[in-house]
Design a protein around this ligand. Sequence first.
Ligand SMILES: [Zn+2]
Length: 226
Amino acid sequence: MAATGWAVGLPGGVVMVSVARQAGDFSDPRAPEAEDARRRLVDLPWTWLRQVHGARVVVVGQPGEHSGEQADAAVTTCAGAALAVFTADCAPIGLASPEGVAGAVHAGWRGLVAGVVEAAVSAMRSLGASEVVAGLGPCIAPHAYRFSPAELDKVAARLGPSVRSVDAAGEPALDLRAAVRAALERAGARLVASSPTCTHCSADHWSWRARRDTGRQATVVWRRAS
Ligand SMILES: [Zn+2]
């Protein structure tokens, strides 16, 4: 797994795995190749989402429920329910609580401004989560994420000045990881593990900004059956 992915064990028996592009292209999760890749990666029923950069969260009551729905986060208390998000440069976030509540979030800047992280953590609390912690998978780093000042202002207005950075040329850039940290903080959750990979720089990852890739890598979160 080391060469092709990043995995972290979170509280409550929750596992988060972010895989590189070698594990498959998940841009169309219904494609036969993607179904094969799903089984190879995590052979459980997946809930994958039609991601729209919004703040809707689905509560998965049984494995595979709500699959294909328009949302950017899923949460569950079910063991054996795999929650999946697909990204190229956006941030894939895994959430967990000691009670075994699990969550997966697709977080781009629009979703962060819309409050998708706070909504997911809040949905987990409704399911009985006390302390919520997070893992952050591979995403784009600020040096490659030049941003229009107007849009950067929108993110900073919600999440604070830590989101402001500069790119390799010294132009305004969004620090997406800082934005995720700030959103987690707002939600009363804590980041405990972070992939060092920048999708723009890693040839092993799909990147829209770097290569106009239409492919998407998968991040899957699930709780092991105890
Ligand atoms: Zn980079």
